[in-house]
Each structure stands twice: as C-alpha cells, then as structure tokens.
Design a protein around this ligand. Structure first.
Ligand code: UDP
Ligand code: MG
Length: 314
C-alpha cells in the first residue's frame, strides 16, 4: 500500500457533536486541493460516541484511521500517539472543533511542498473568543515561559505541519512529559509561520477549564525550564541581604541599650520567612515530582484498539 503524503492528526476528546462535520469538511477541502492524505483520529478516552463515529467513518473510507487510547491521557499524549501512528511524509496536527481552519492546512501543505521547509507553524492572528481572565493568564504563562525557556511561544499553537524528519526526531525523544509547542520550537530546522484566525468552536464545549488550564501551564513551564527553581535562590538572596541589614540594626540597638521590646517584628519575620520557605519547598517539590514521574518510565499513553491502522508499532 502506498503511504499518504499528508497525515492529518486530530486528537479528539468527547467531540461527538463536531467530529463527523469536521471530517467531511476536511475531506472536501483536501480532495479539492488534490492532496493524498490520511486523517488520523486519536480518541483520547472519550465517554461519548466519538469512537463509534470514527469507526463508522473509517468503515466508509480507509483513509480515515482511528487510534483509541485506553483512557483520557490529555491532549499532549494524544498528539504524541498521533505522531507515532502517522505514516505520512508530512504530519499536521489539528483540533477537532474547526478552530483551526482546513483552508490554512492546505496553505501549510503548499508551503511544505514547495520544499525546504520542515516546520510550518500556524500562528494565531486573532485569538478568537477568549475571556479577559483567560487572556490575562495565557499572557502571564507565555511571559514566564518565554523569559525562562528562551523560546518564542506567544500566539503559537498546536496547529503545525511537520516534515517526516522532524516527526521522527520528536517521537524518538526520550522524555515522557511533553509540551508539543515548545518541543517543535526546540528542534529548530527550517521554519515558516502562517497566520490564521482562530474560528469559534463549531459545537460542543472546550475541554479545558480554569483548573485544567492552570495545571497544563504549570506542567509545561516546569517541563521546559528549571527557572522557577531560581526563584528559590533569588528570594533566599534577598532575605539574606535583609537579614544582614536587620542584624546590624539589632546589634547597634542592643549595644546602645535600646533593644526593641515586643514581638511584632519577630512574629512578622517568622511568618514571612516561614511562608517563603514553604513556597520554596513547594517549587522544589514540584520539580522532584516531575523527576519522579519521568523516572517511572511509564508510557505516556496506552492504545486500546485501532481501525485502518497501517503503521506497525515498534
Ligand atoms: N483534547 C484531547 N484531550 C483532552 C482535551 C482536549 O484530545 O484531554 C482535544 C480536543 O478534542 C480538541 C483539542 O484537544 O480536538 C483542543 O481542545 P479544545 O478545543 O477543548 O481546547 P481549546 O480550543 O478550548 O483550547
Ligand atoms: Mg478548541
């Protein structure tokens, strides 16, 4: 069987309301552009009829491939599963909810096809509908990660097209806890940006809420940079300098016989320093947790079943 040129990888978690519509739309656009493709769905442990829909689509068309994970492993793991099961000479990652326009996908494909580009990045031109709070937090997140990780991520998205050689590098990386956007930026190679407007979600609801977004952000900052650990050193240094100043003052007062009475200062100092120590331990604990997770060597996802799957897994 000949291998497709383009693998479109779509992670799907409870995308029942949009899956079939997305697929049909995508198929029309890809056929019109004369692209030899496969559409690879990764069902990330959905609890609705997502998998049934994938199966029935796959029955009608062998270019639709489905991989079902044994439970919800999260979008990052689902994307990795997609990359590992794709067979195309180029792989594109796309959301299931049509927020990533298929027309942009064709543009990306053409850029890749014209040669000499290994990574085509979809860059958000307008971020679509997001609440002010969401915008604030995502700005903070990108600020932190850009300052600390030295990679440009603002307005980056998971909507990217990768050449086979980049895909092979990414799937061979030994790390388990991944942050695709940062990894794809980390690998380097010839890159080109393509701007796209984030469409409103076709139907259904976002799978991320405040809690999962925060967890996602923390997870990704810590898996990409050890800078938070430096916060511990910096606060330590600041407190050391303060303690010298305060120590000298205390000594001077004591020598001159004017030592302060009362506990206010003592209590305040205890509270502040205590809180700082706890905070620092929290940061260190988070990183130790990361190391613990990585050293367990558990696979990032488990496949329960698949349809039309062509790749023989190593
Ligand atoms: N997704 C996934 N696993 C998850 C959460 C999300 O595979 O645990 C998929 C989801 O089905 C969609 C994509 O990731 O295709 C983006 O999710 P969503 O549209 O909910 O995120 P948002 O656009 O709100 O950031
Ligand atoms: Mg979305």
């Amino acid at each position: 069987m000949d291998t497709p040129v383009l693998s479109v990888i779509i992670p799907a978690y409870n995308e029942g309301p949009v899956l079939t519509i997305t697929t049909e739309h995508l198929q029309t656009v890809l056929s019109e552009a004369n692209i030899f493709y496969e559409i690879l769905f990764v069902d990330d442990g959905s609890t609705d009829d997502t998998w049934q829909q994938i199966e029935s689509l796959a029955k009608k068309d062998t270019r639709i491939v489905g991989v079902k994970l044994s439970r919800n492993f999260g979008k990052e793991s689902a994307m990795l599963a997609g990359l590992e099961h794709a067979t195309g000479s180029a792989c594109a990652l796309m959301d299931c909810d049509m927020q990533h326009p298929p027309s942009t996908l064709v543009e990306m494909y053409n850029v890749w096809k014209s040669g000499n580009v290994d990574v085509v990045e979809g860059v958000k031109q307008s971020r679509g509908k997001e609440s002010l709070i969401y915008k604030g937090f995502s700005n903070l997140f990108y600020y932190l990660i850009e300052r600390t990780g030295k990679i440009k991520l603002r307005d980056a998205s998971d909507f990217q097209l990768l050449d086979r050689r980049v895909v092979d590098i990414i799937i061979r990386l030994p790390e388990r806890q991944r942050f695709f956007r940062a990894l794809s930026s980390w690998v380097g190679f010839n890159r080109k940006e393509i701007f796209f407007t984030v469409e409103p979600r076709a139907s259904g609801t976002s799978k991320f809420n405040f809690y999962t977004s925060t967890k996602y952000a923390l997870n990704n900052i810590t898996s990409f940079s050890s800078a938070p650990l430096q916060i511990v050193t910096i606060t330590g240094t600041i407190f050391f300098i303060l303690s010298i100043v305060l120590g000298i003052q205390t000594l001077v007062l004591w020598i001159s016989g004017e030592a302060i009475e009362g506990f206010t200062t003592v209590i305040l100092l205890l509270l502040i320093i205590g809180a700082m120590i706890m905070f620092s331990m929290g940061i260190m604990g988070y990183f130790i947790g990361k190391i613990y997770e990585e050293t367990k060597y558990r696979p990032p996802y488990l496949v329960e079943t698949s349809v039309n799957q062509k790749k023989t897994q190593s």
